[in-house]
Design a protein around this ligand. Structure first.
Ligand code: 5GP
Ligand code: ZN
Length: 114
């Protein structure tokens, strides 16, 4: 069994409310939602932080944003607006070290974030 929580969800050994899956990207509901829609979009490939993205991952990041757009439409938050955010490192609030993009929407989101 993988030691990484999100690898476990990707592999299906840890329960996650998966809403999207393809060969390179998986999306599931955040366990502690901060907005009416709060989905985490992750690569199947384990990458610890945004700083660990390699040149070969450029296409993968594009695919993640395509999934974000698709899910925003499916979840009914595309028209009003939504946010996609990825925290990198402890000071930014990253707590799980398998990169993930938060898709947030369904309420008004303040700026700047805390
Ligand atoms: P970070 O703080 O690293 O940017 O975001 C980690 C996110 O993962 C948090 O929003 C947190 O609620 C979520 N999370 C932590 N553990 C689990 C879990 O076991 N399952 C799911 N679905 N989300 C989790
Ligand atoms: Zn992982």
């Amino acid at each position: 069994m993988s030691e990484c929580l999100f690898c476990g969800i990707v592999e299906g050994t840890i329960n996650g409310a998966v809403v999207y899956r393809d060969e390179s990207v998986v999306a599931f509901k955040d366990i502690n939602p901060r907005a009416p829609v709060h989905i985490l979009i992750v690569p199947v490939k384990h990458i610890s932080t945004l700083l660990d993205l390699a040149e070969e991952d450029q296409k993968l990041v594009g695919e993640i944003y395509s999934v974000a757009n698709r899910l925003a439409k499916e979840q009914g938050i595309a028209k009003d607006g939504f946010r996609v955010v990825a925290n990198c490192g402890a000071a930014a609030g990253q707590t799980v070290f398998h990169i993930h993009f938060h898709l947030l929407g369904g309420r008004s989101l303040s700026w700047p974030p805390g």
